[in-house]
Design a binder for this molecule. Structure first.
Ligand code: SF4
Ligand code: ZN
Length: 728
């Protein structure tokens, strides 16, 4: 069998890893002692692979000993604890799992000694990053994750491969170096921007760092899938089914890499390589082929898609620069700037309106004023107005803002373009590179026209774009645009849960959290912060069979808690019977479930008879004695946890925010940054509840991160929560 050589190499590699990690471990033990802390930063999952597969929680060096015990069993072809054992390929994949476990220990030791993360590399990928990439996987912006090991055959091939992956929305995680170079260096030499925003994440220049891709992937089933540590069968099945990752092995292979590769196969991640490896077809743990060779770099990315069965949404937009979501987060720095609009130096706005079918011509892009090749010497800024007119039989005024919000993405998708902000606060930059490739202003219109059709064909029949670059035109058009922004805001403000009889369900996150349902109402947006009631409604119009469905409220069961018969029946069915009822406005009685995407966590603080709210960006300790990550793990996974709630930021200032428990008045603590980010809304809502100074009564980390001190502050500030009905 072709795989014999691999079995042999892999076995030797696993044995070598076992010996090496034992050696390092013993040395560390002698030097630092068993009590020395061991782990990775920014995770709640200890050493994630050992935790996920073996339910071992390592906090100290000494606790690693258990991992060695289990690894030895696996290397000897015997089941480890929880009867972890994989039958496929005559059991050799167990050695692969052993290799991963050992590499994770080695990586943790590297963190302990300070040799990881390596300069310019991400190293261990935090839980926060897991979540942000996870959200993009759910909504299809990311099609897959390729772990690129080793250097490409030359610099040009490196660029070809990575650009092809980017344009297919595949994230590249890069590790390893051979023959004196690495893929990261090859990209740097070719001046490809290497960053998370560009979907390129170098985790390390050694091969060991590849483990950071694996112990990132293994947290997905725990974070999003509601699976418990130790449930290795379900976890591995989840990896195969829900984590679209694969390995691309380039330029170099050795025994340890083969052992690691077997570990990848055990997780369902196939291997595509430019080397002459023995070819292995489908095995029990993979969906399709297990090992495939492709020497033509122009075909490599396409092979990846095929072998892992990735679902790639290719966007065909005829602009002279690469165009894909992978370029969305790319910055255009000053040194690369050809021209900019808005921002500090000029006036720019964008505005999308509904038109009559008869009044516009589909696909027309008009530029009024000079283009970007007519800049006077040294001129770097121009005024800009982008007016988009949309018509469609199903298009309604309420969808204007939703479509307009997409302009941000659609402009950013072009390589070399940067778009920040919205409405009359936009700031757009075009790079010299994009300009020299032939990008001109009309291409913005071309992209908007193509993308609005592509993504919103159900409501959009015609799109016409006009671009203005003369200051007098921009000044003339701006007042009308501002009026329409205000009107929209006014309409939204007037919308209440009582004013509609239909809410929208969102099950987009079920690919990660299978039983989770967000119920979205006008006054409570989805917990990820990305879906409002209007978004739900538009999404339903666009894809009637999609993840957002209208739900008739039905009979009102309990007004204060926000409990309706129709909502309950729907949640019960969408959660596959796991959740029988939810209260839209309660923290304590049947609260809504959370997946992993929430912007903030609300948690009860019994000492203060109130609640704290923590945003994801806050890394410090909270008065509840838990940091965000620990709180998040108490909330996530699609189960109901009274006293804890994952929410979108904007819900905090809604009239319906935990109304059953007394609403905003219950909030006793939140991080300063969170408070500031919603300060205007917080102020407005404070006035509404008749306590204009309320915001200043909420403690933050500059006041206290300890419950007793918070209470002390609240007393001094005269915070209303202390006098409210007991929460418990
Ligand atoms: Fe996921 Fe809820 Fe956001 Fe939908 S609204 S994408 S289910 S978090
Ligand atoms: Zn989610």
């Amino acid at each position: 069998m072709a795989g014999d050589l691999l079995v042999e190499m892999g076995s030797r590699g696993a044995a070598a890893l076992l010996a090496a990690s034992r050696h390092e471990f013993d040395a560390a033990l002698a030097q630092r002692g068993a009590q020395a802390p061991l782990g990775f930063p920014g995770t709640n999952y200890f050493l994630p692979i050992a935790n996920a597969l073996l339910k071992i929680e390592v906090r100290t060096l000494g606790e690693c000993a258990q991992i060695f015990e289990e690894t030895e069993k696996l290397c000897a072809n015997k089941p480890a604890r929880n009867s972890l054992f994989i039958d496929a390929l005559n059991g050799v994949l167990n050695k692969g799992i052993a290799a991963l476990l050992m590499e994770e220990v080695l990586a943790a030791l590297s963190y302990q000694s300070g040799s990881h993360p390596q300069p310019g590399c991400a190293g261990f990928l935090s839980d926060t990053l897991l979540r942000s990439l996870g959200v993009q996987l759910v909504d299809g912006r990311i099609a897959g994750i390729a772990v690129l090991l080793g250097p490409a055959k030359d610099d040009t091939s490196a660029v070809t491969l990575v650009r092809d992956l980017q344009s297919r929305n595949i994230v590249s995680i890069i590790a390893g170096s051979a023959k004196g170079t690495s893929l990261s260096e090859q990209l740097a030499r070719s001046r490809v921007a290497v960053s998370l925003e560009n979907y390129i994440i170098p985790v390390g220049s050694d091969y060991l760092s590849a483990i950071y891709a694996v112990n990132w992937a293994i947290r997905a089933p725990l974070t999003f899938g509601g699976l418990k540590s130790g449930a290795w069968r379900e976890i591995l099945a989840y990896e195969r089914k829900n984590v679209p990752a694969l390995v691309v092995l380039l330029g170099h292979v050795d025994e340890v890499i083969v052992a690691t590769g077997l570990g990848a196969l055990a997780m369902g991640f196939p291997i595509v390589s430019d080397l002459d490896l023995p070819q292995v077809g489908k095995i029990d743990t993979t969906l399709y082929e297990a090992i495939v060779t492709e020497k033509d770099y122009t075909k490599l990315a396409a092979r990846c898609v095929e072998v892992r069965g990735l679902k790639v949404k290719i966007v065909a937009v005829s602009v002279p620069v690469p165009y894909a979501p992978a370029f969305e987060g790319e910055r255009v720095r000053k040194e690369q700037l050809h021209v900019e609009f808005g921002g500090k130096h000029g006036r720019a706005f964008e505005h999308l309106t509904l038109s009559e079918m008869k009044d516009i011509e589909d696909g027309t892009v008009t530029l009024v004023g000079p283009d970007i090749d007519a800049l006077a010497g040294g001129q770097l800024s121009m005024p800009l107005a982008i007016e988009v007119e949309v018509a469609g039989r199903k298009m309604i005024k309420d969808f204007e803002s939703i479509l307009e919000r997409q302009l941000h993405r659609f402009v950013n998708y072009a390589m070399g373009l940067m778009h920040v902000g919205q409405r009359d606060m936009v700031w757009i930059r075009i790079s010299r590179d994009a300009f020299s490739r032939g990008f001109r202003l009309r291409h913005i219109g071309v992209a908007l026209h193509a993308m609005l059709h592509q993504e919103y064909s159900a409501i959009v029949d015609k799109v016409q774009v006009s671009i203005y670059t003369r200051a007098e035109d921009v000044a003339r058009l701006l007042p009308a645009a501002r009026r329409s922004f205000e009107e929209r805001d006014e309409r939204l403000r007037g919308m209440t849960d009582e004013s509609v009889d239909t809410f929208y369900s969102c099950t987009l996150c079920q690919s990660f959290a299978p039983d989770h349902v967000c119920m979205i109402s006008p006054e409570r947006l989805g917990l990820c912060g990305a879906y409002s009631w209007l978004d739900g409604r538009a999404a339903y119009e666009i894809t009637p069979t999609g993840g957002n469905q209208p739900v008739a409220k039905g009979n009102l069961l309990r007004e204060k808690e926000g409990c309706w018969s129709g909502i309950n029946a729907n949640v019960a069915s969408l959660s596959h019977g796991k959740v029988a009822a939810i209260s839209m406005y309660s923290l304590m009685t049947d609260p809504m479930t959370s997946c992993g995407c929430f912007e903030c966590v609300v948690a009860i603080l019994p000492e203060a008879n109130g609640v704290i709210i923590v945003n994801r960006e806050y890394t410090g300790m909270t008065p509840a004695g838990m940091d965000f990550i620990t709180l998040a793990s108490a909330v996530g996974g699609g189960t109901q946890t009274p006293g804890f709630l994952g929410i979108g930021r904007l819900y905090i200032t809604s009239k319906k925010f935990i109304a059953a428990e007394g609403g905003l008045r219950r909030v006793v603590w939140m991080p300063k940054e969170l408070k500031e980010s919603i300060s205007q809304r917080l102020h407005d809502r404070s006035v509404e509840i008749g306590d204009p100074d309320f915001a200043s009564k909420i403690a933050d980390e500059t006041v206290a991160v300890d419950a007793a001190e918070v209470v002390c502050f609240l007393k001094k500030a005269g915070h209303p929560a202390l006098g409210m009905e007991p929460l418990l």
